[in-house]
Design a protein around this ligand. Sequence first.
Ligand code: SAH
Length: 214
Amino acid sequence: MKDLPKHKGLRNQLVKTIKRKGITDEKVLNAISKVPRHLFMDSGFIDFAYQDNAFPIAADQTISQPYTVAFQTELLEIEVGDKVLEIGTGSGYQTAVLIELKAEVYSIERQKELYEKTRKFLPRLGYVAKKLNFGDGYKGWSEYAPFDKILVTAGAPFVPKPLLSQLKIGGRLVIPVGDNVQTMTLYIRKGEKDFEKHELGEFRFVPMLKESQK
Ligand code: SAH
């Protein structure tokens, strides 16, 4: 569990890379420069931690590509104290980035193994989420709704209705939508029934699964 100057140096390189790819929000870049991504990956993969690539973690899942994490986070326009719902906790890397931005994070993971692992791991690094849950992200989390921001980190075949309804007015939902390839989609809630929709390019995510699917 070490974060050494050499890791910090590699992170600075990574920040340069994602800047070159178009990320401009200084707060997001700063958060990426702080979160020790190598600690979120199994030890054998440490050498790859600061390349701008997705990587396998437990339970056939991946830690998202840093550029993608930065892109989604930038779209959310996180402000201090924002209540954020994340679907797909996975390794907890994206969760940590949101916590660096001083968001209050509620995160849901549907794989027990990952949920248990990340629940124990994040606090050891000092990243304390507001709530972590083992459950189905298609339903959102009505108990704690409404949210300022909602982020989906798996490829959704469609936009789950509960996620739209659990968004505050003025809130933002960032969700990659599609089967094999996903279109990054941003919804801004303008009123009770009024949503503005923006499509922002193609990405590839692991699929968002129903509880019954394995
Ligand atoms: N944010 C993660 C990305 C993990 S990949 C990170 O930074 O590491 C997407 C995650 O979504 C996987 O962990 C997967 O198990 C989870 N997932 C898939 N379908 C889900 C669902 N219906 N509800 C909640 N989580 C889901």
